[in-house]
Write a protein that binds this ligand. Structure first.
Ligand SMILES: NC(=O)c1ncn([C@@H]2O[C@H](COP(=O)(O)O)[C@@H](O)[C@H]2O)c1NC=O
Length: 520
């Protein structure tokens, strides 16, 4: 047998769990297999109540559990029994001299620190839920995996019982259990450290001096952005967001599907009315609002049907059967929505490959980060909630003030423009984008692209938005020549005067928001 295959029979187990799920069955199974059980306070009480013989840890240590449970297992008789390397004669001899018996199995799960914080409990209560003895035992057992198997997850209890009946876990399995155990304590400590740094013991300044993140692999993807790039999806364990979306139909999600779906959800949820956003390569080729999602989809698709081929669609409302019928006619990579009305998934599923995702929650507020080599950039999410995002706070820079309907059109253009990669110029009409100029390295080219995509007829009388100010009049002039009715832009350029003068000359209404929405 190879070293990896060496099994360690389990004769004695230490069990100390906060989450008592499956405990009785585990205890009975271990006892039936001849394993002696040692356990702490209420864990021991539950085991005894199940009719299984158990030694209380205080009988082992000769020291009472004390200080409201702060000290139970923190004792050399416990830790020597976990940490002795059974491969070494010297360790086995020392245990004999000390009269300490080794453990071959340690089953522990920890106090619910995260859940206590999430419940809004007072700081003292949260501090009390920082487990000390549990992580010590888990880390000790995980370190000593050549001799000890450590289990931190009740879902593993069935494996434990099988292993016990089968002569114990082999080394490879004990290593995997140890890896899982260190992940468990690492995530636990990160939660504690974040709570201290971000609030309870925050230093001065708007950002914490420490941000810990832990992710668990959710899925190995076929490949990354390109086929030669291996890739995987990790989730943060919150159970929320796109990473945890439920796939109802279709092929496996790809790396690019995820990034486009993220962009599509970001765009669709920028509007409070029923909204559909169609994304290709992280940019919108159509965003529209409507009386219902089917109407919004028709309008969004009409923006640029050529580009919408193979697009990713996000909806901010449940998908109706009517909308599903429309989508089923068009080659679509992904559709994501908070829900699907009865029959809608079946209609979509007529296309074998379309990926149908349900993601109940809207994109969460809060912070976002982007990794750079050697670090991470962190910022508050751009959420269209600045003062300048409300048309009531806009400044009329020149031209005739728009009536309520016109202002609503311009506000739609402004909100939609945020979803376009900079430099962004967006033309809209009737609550739908009609021409999008995205990702250009100067604003003139973005304006040209938006006008060209709209075509002369749709550009005339359209409402235009620019994600940042016009540094010169030239970009604006492209829009004016196409006959746009009104333009909204942040303003703030040193040459604002020249831009406003050009708008005045062209008879185009111009509003300043005072707020910028770069998106890179
Ligand atoms: N302090 C200690 O010595 C100690 N030893 C084990 N624990 C924890 O006590 C819990 C089990 O306690 P009980 O069996 O009383 O329900 C487990 O979550 C375990 O991680 C401890 N508690 C906290 O630190």
């Amino acid at each position: 047998m190879t070293a990896e295959g060496t099994k360690r029979p389990i004769r004695r187990a230490l069990v100390s769990v906060y989450d008592k799920t499956g405990l009785e069955e585990l205890a009975r199974g271990l006892h039936a297999a001849g394993v002696q059980l040692v356990s702490t306070g209420s864990t021991a009480a539950r085991i005894a109540a199940a009719g299984v013989p158990v030694t209380k840890v205080e009988e082992l240590t000769g020291f009472p559990e004390c200080l409201d449970g702060r000290v139970k297992t923190l004792h050399p008789r416990v830790h020597a029994g976990i940490l002795a390397d059974q491969r070494l004669d010297s360790h086995r001899e020392q245990l004999q001299e000390l009269g300490v018996e080794p453990f071959e199995l340690v089953v522990v799960n920890l106090y619910p620190f995260r859940e206590t914080v999430a419940s809004g409990a007072a700081p003292d209560e949260c501090v009390e839920q920082i487990d000390i003895g549990g992580p010590s035992m888990v880390r000790a057992a995980a370190k000593n995996h050549p001799s000890v198997a450590v289990v931190v997850n009740p879902e593993r209890y069935d494996d434990v019982l099988k292993a016990v009946a089968d002569g114990g876990f082999d080394l490879e399995r004990r290593k995997r259990l140890a890896a899982e155990a260190f992940q468990h304590t690492a995530a636990y400590d990160v939660a504690v450290a974040n709570w201290f740094a971000a609030g309870y013991a925050a230093d001065e300044g708007p950002w914490p001096d420490f941000i810990g993140v832990t992710y668990a692999r959710k899925q190995v993807l076929r490949y990354g952005e390109n086929p030669h790039q291996p890739a995987a999806l990790y989730s943060d364990g919150s159970g929320k967001g796109l990473a945890e979306a439920e796939q109802l139909h279709g092929k496996e999600m790809s790396f690019n599907n995820y990034t486009d779906t993220e962009a599509a959800r970001r765009a669709a949820y920028d509007h409070s009315e029923p909204c559909v956003a169609i994304i290709k390569h992280a940019n919108p080729c159509g965003i529209a609002v409507g009386a219902d999602v089917a109407e919004a989809h028709r309008k969004a698709h009409a923006c640029d049907p050529l580009s919408a081929f193979g697009g990713v669609i996000a909806v901010n409302r449940p998908v109706s059967v009517a909308m599903a019928e429309q989508v089923a006619e068009i080659f679509t990579e992904v559709i994501v929505a908070p829900a699907y009305e009865d029959g809608a998934v079946e209609v979509l599923a007529r296309k074998k490959n379309i990926r149908v995702l349900r993601c109940a929650d809207a994109p969460a507020p809060g912070d976002e980060s982007r990794s750079i080599e050697g670090g991470d950039l962190v910022q508050a999410k751009d959420r269209l909630q600045a003062e300048g995002d409300d048309p009531a706070n806009w400044t009329l820079a020149t031209g005739e003030a728009l009536d309520a309907d016109g202002l609503a059109e311009l506000a739609f253009a402004w909100r939609s423009c945020r979803a376009v990669k900079s430099n962004a110029i967006l033309l809209a009409k009737d609550g739908a984008t009609v021409g999008v100029g995205m990702g250009q390295v100067n604003r003139v080219d973005s304006a040209k692209l938006a006008v060209e995509r709209a075509g002369a007829e749709r550009a005339a009388g359209a409402y235009a938005a620019s994600d940042a100010f016009f540094p010169f009049p030239d970009g604006f002039e492209v829009l004016a020549e196409a006959g746009v009715k009104a333009v909204v832009q942040p303003g703030g350029s040193v040459r604002d005067e020249l831009v406003v003068e050009a708008a005045q000359k062209a008879g185009v209404t111009m509003y300043f928001t005072g707020t910028r929405h770069f998106f890179h």
